[in-house]
Design a protein around this ligand. Structure first.
Ligand SMILES: NC(=O)c1ccc[n+]([C@@H]2O[C@H](COP(=O)([O-])OP(=O)(O)OC[C@H]3O[C@@H](n4cnc5c(N)ncnc54)[C@H](OP(=O)(O)O)[C@@H]3O)[C@@H](O)[C@H]2O)c1
Length: 338
């Protein structure tokens, strides 16, 4: 059975490319600019440990419209959250009943959107825990370590060995929500990173930007505790320790959070890439989820609300370069944290 990547961008080309490089028959659906790029260069997939895989152009062919998904048993949805509704509507016309559809998107609601539009298909939540950047010329680079998680379902069985071969073993979870919340807590830094305009490592090396992230994180953790929502542990330290770790002096942070700083010096959040490219960001699917959680339990989330406002302003022409003291003062002004 073929695997189809729906949304050939950073995650789609990297994950789909690794599957194609290790023997799985792939179909990529994407934009004409990616179709032209892969037709010329194929795919080159690298990671921060120096690994490199290549997929020749004839095995990385990107089609710009999925008119026929005959023979496709698994669809990986890798569009940004703002494009989920339209991807779902397109898939509804072509994905056969019984097709397995995995959302590899960040946020909590994308699989539910797909599920509503795709009855009779098996729609599963998935989660990519590493960062991928598109570097042009068919080159996609994984700048951090991390696994690949999916909600467990018997329909995944035919595909498990393909993901193993690709070096992306699927960690299967009965409930993916605790993993999604854990990843969302990490992604709360994306708004801070996007406003900083800096590579992730440089931003996280600045204690005042770390304090900004810690304010947003502490607010989310407090709400999750109140709502009694479980959060998975994706790192050696439990999520509840992160705000204290982030606010530690640089020397302590650098020593204790060595794995968190194991990032390529040029790696950036995709939210920063979106701002630079003039695209709608996923801030509403990330920090916005914290606001919605607060509303559900009669609480407020002023820090995350302010971050959403600032990113929205940056999306709509009000972009400025935030220094760390200015952003910290702005969030402290908005927040209730001590
Ligand atoms: N990049 C990462 O490091 C990373 C890591 C973990 C999770 N994620 C999550 O993975 C998801 C994808 O992120 P990404 O960084 O891979 O995004 P991306 O690079 O923007 O890739 C998505 C691609 O899909 C295209 N697209 C959108 N709608 C389409 C449609 N209907 N048909 C064909 N192509 C379509 C987009 O084109 P247009 O831009 O022209 O719409 C874009 O080229 C997001 O939810 C993100 O949060 C990303």
């Amino acid at each position: 059975m073929k695997v189809c990547v729906y949304g050939a961008g950073s995650i789609g080309c990297y994950v789909g490319g690794r599957l194609a490089a290790t023997g799985t028959t792939e179909m990529f659906v994407g934009r004409p600019r990616i179709a032209d790029e892969t037709a010329e260069h194929g795919l080159r997939l690298t990671d921060l440990h120096g690994a490199e895989l290549r997929v020749p152009p004839d095995r990385a062919r990107v089609i710009t419209k999925a008119l026929d998904l005959t023979g496709v048993g698994l669809v990986l949805v890798t569009v940004k959250s703002a494009a989920t509704e339209s991807a779902a509507a397109e898939l509804a016309d072509v994905a056969r009943p019984g097709t397995v559809v995995i959302s590899l998107q960040n946020g909590l609601c994308n699989a539910a959107i797909l599920r509503r539009a795709l009855p009779e298909r098996i729609v599963l939540d998935g989660m990519v825990q590493f960062n991928v950047a598109h570097q042009g010329g068919g080159h996609f680079h994984a700048g951090t370590d991390g696994g690949f998680a999916v909600r467990a379902d018997p329909a995944l069985s035919p595909y498990l060995s393909a993901f193993e071969r690709a070096g992306l073993p699927l960690a299967r979870h009965t409930e993916l929500a605790p993993v999604q919340w854990a990843k969302l807590l990490f992604n709360l830094n994306n708004a801070v990173n996007a406003l900083s305009g800096l590579p992730l490592r440089e931003e996280l090396s600045d204690r005042r930007f770390r304090r900004c992230y810690a304010l947003s994180l502490a607010e989310a953790l407090r709400l999750l505790r109140r709502a009694e929502i479980p959060v998975a542990r994706l790192t050696p330290l439990p999520p509840s320790w992160l705000p204290r770790l982030l606010t530690a002096p640089d020397a302590v942070f650098t020593r204790l959070a060595a794995s968190m700083l194991k990032i390529d010096p040029h790696a950036r959040s995709s939210m920063l890439d979106d701002l630079d490219a003039g695209r709608t960001t996923e801030v509403d699917e990330l920090n916005g989820e914290v606001i919605r959680l607060a509303q559900r339990i009669g609480q407020r989330a002023p820090v995350n609300a302010r971050l959403v406002e600032l990113v929205r302003a940056a999306e709509t022409g009000g972009r400025r370069s935030w220094t760390s003291p200015d952003l910290l003062a702005e969030l402290r002004g908005a927040g209730t944290e001590p």
